[in-house]
Design a protein around this ligand. Sequence first.
Ligand code: BEZ
Ligand code: FE
Length: 279
Amino acid sequence: MIKYFTEEASVEAVNGRMAEDTDPRLREVMASLVKHIHAFIKETRISQQEWETAVRFLTDTGRLCTPERQEFILLSDTLGVSMLVDAINNRRQMGATENTVLGPFYVPGAPRRAMGDRITLDGKGESCVFEGTVVDLEGQAIEGAIIDVWSDNAEGFYDVQQPDIQPKWNNRGSFVTGADGGYSFIGIKPVSYPIPDDGPVGQMLKHLGRHPFRPAHMHYIVSANGFQKVVTHTFVGDDRYLSSDAVFGVKATLVAPFERLSGEEAEWRSRFDFVLSPM
Ligand code: BEZ
Ligand code: FE
């Protein structure tokens, strides 16, 4: 007897169409996706009108995507999906520095700078020395580690969001550790900022009574031969958005101290040691 599509057997009807020789991993992922989407539609009894709204939302999300604006990543970030994928794929030993979201504002190829250099080129913001070491799980210094850093400026925008206003590579740089594993550079004490909220994701947040802000943070990618790359941030501890990050990126171990200095090299200092896990 022919088995036509029915509400009750909807999952079997769709998954039963997959060819015998479908790649096993694709089969597993698609079968689960269909199972969960059908369960979601059934549980919520989505109306025709609601489904049209959903399709329009996803269409608008796609339309907004360009190399400079990735609305789908924002959607994934604000639904906690980016952090979940990251958590599952970057489980580390106790004591190793934890990952968090990369975000859409990373630009590869930041200029290599000398230790102690200033990365802030627009002269704005409260200057802050960022320093610490890159070590292994036994606390041994890692020589030749590459530290790629980036942050927003004092007004809460990344250079790539304001290419006609900010100097290129403003608040970005890359550094290589010497034999002592140490690093230091001068940036600004980071400020909180809203993620781009003038598109469908911003609308979604508004409807859900959620704000679009990220707590102040400095971004890092720390890599070294033989060690797992760490994509992370350090956070300013007294930020009002620490417990309500729009993209769920905060982890307790990533909150760094920021201490006020009395003049000389900078207004603030933040020390943070990166601990890398072996490959
Ligand atoms: C960021 O920290 O740069 C970021 C992360 C996720 C979404 C938007 C921005
Ligand atoms: Fe950021």
